[in-house]
Design a protein around this ligand. Sequence first.
Ligand code: NAD
Length: 428
Amino acid sequence: MTGTTNAFEMAQRQFDHVAELLQLDPQVREILRWPMREYHFRIPVRMDDGTIRVFQGFRVQHNDARGPCKGGIRFHPAETIDTVRALATWMTWKCAVVDLPLGGGKGGVIVDPATLSEGEKERLARGYIQQIWRNIGPRQDVPAPDVGTNPQMMGWMMDEYSKLVGQYTPGVITGKPVGGGGSLGRTEATGFGVIYTVREALKHLNLEPSQCVAAIQGFGNVAQYAAVGFTEILGGKVVCVSYWDREDRTAYTVSKADGIDPRFLMSITDQYGTIDKNKARAAGYSIEDGNAWLSKEADVLIPAALEGQINADTVQHIHERVKLIAEGANGPTTPEADEAIRQRGIFLIPDFLCNAGGVTVSYFESVQNDMNFYWTKEEVLQRLDTKMTQAFHAVLDLSLKEGVFMRDAAYMVAINRVVKAMELRGWI
Ligand code: NAD
């Protein structure tokens, strides 16, 4: 593969580019190019067979000028400190672009959670908190779920933290199960948030959503609700989704020319976003190779799997019909591919704006925890729609005013807000 695929290098290059556009002071750049704090720790876990396995864990706090750090914890076999750094950095921009009073953080553990029993997962989740509890908290750093972690694990983590500090502290972590301090609407939040921004972008492009076709990469939490939202909220057609098949150790695209039924596919998908391809085939779906989603004849592409998926090699396969790319995943487009997309004039909703629905409802969750009063799902989704729509238009307006690409405009809005907070606090 050619070009940059190190996620943190990508995050820094994107920042450098906008810092230049903003003529940002070199000292301010020096603060924002790197995380403020990083924690590396080992987590010993007693396995079911009595042996002890030691897992590598990370927590990175990029910047907390605007409020406590916020960001998920990823359990992934290919996790690296650079991935966590990149994701923490993007969280700073993400919280700022949707104007949440929060900073950016991220955590990770090098592990394939699918190889662990429920008991082992619980001990690993609790072990993670035992290592990091002194450095997180509702006023310091508030983790959440991400790839490979789920609400149940957040429940265990919240419980472990509450035990260690000696008081019930639901606000230490978000993405908890409903009934255990969680917010209604969190499950749908990221995918629906993607769709609210897609709706606004289609309006701007003068495209009628019900006439539009989307192709989606991934079929985990974000992709599933993006697919549901695209069909049920916008009335459009989704021609395919894709997923990583853990048994075959390869990715597949699952498609249907007259449109997939997201809820049916969800019913044959496991908790890790792996579709049962035999059941899909039996229901009339075609199973193609993992990259096929990218070359589909579609108006909208929604990469919602992992980072670096649209890169120098794959970008040339994007179909000429594509008018909009909505980045559901974090960092799905490498800088080289980004350049090619700019040149082709495809409208792009950048990741940290597009997928900010998750952190927005996470923020709503902490607000509800603080009040100990919980909103209805409709209330949560309505507030989410308002927040995402406002954020999208703030970025679009700047992009049109300054004549810059949407990613640059989103960075400009976010960086300006963080710099302003650092100024107000006397850091710079
Ligand atoms: P998930 O673990 O629920 O799902 C990931 C999906 O991607 C699975 O269906 C998996 O099979 C698929 N996948 C993995 N590798 C693939 C490949 N090479 N080709 C095709 N499919 C592949 O994760 P998620 O929570 O849906 O997160 C997806 C992305 O969105 C990540 O980049 C994550 O950081 C980002 N994100 C998630 C949230 C959230 O609230 N869940 C919020 C913001 C951003």
